[in-house]
Design a protein around this ligand. Sequence first.
Ligand SMILES: [Zn+2]
Ligand SMILES: [Zn+2]
Ligand SMILES: [Zn+2]
Length: 97
Amino acid sequence: MIRRHVCFTAECSTPGCEPFDEYTPHFDTEEEAIEKLTCEWGWRFRGKTGLCASHAAVRECEQTGHEWSSGYTDPSTGVREEYCGRCHAASRLLATT
Ligand SMILES: [Zn+2]
Ligand SMILES: [Zn+2]
Ligand SMILES: [Zn+2]
């Protein structure tokens, strides 16, 4: 038999973002899409906007600051490089001596 298939997929509200690499999840209802994407994919929804996990992390860092995790310290210069463990998009250099 032939039947119409209605489903919901998600788009990140960030222009140009392609949040799904190989597999795009399809959902039967909008509610299911929001619930599953939030719980299992790390998305954040607010009103009509939805952000994929990486852009949700970037937004979170913009609002609350980065979550620095200490990285490699160069023993000759004493300079430590730290990375943000949340958005993975920021790094900073710190003098430790
Ligand atoms: Zn579908
Ligand atoms: Zn995105
Ligand atoms: Zn960050």
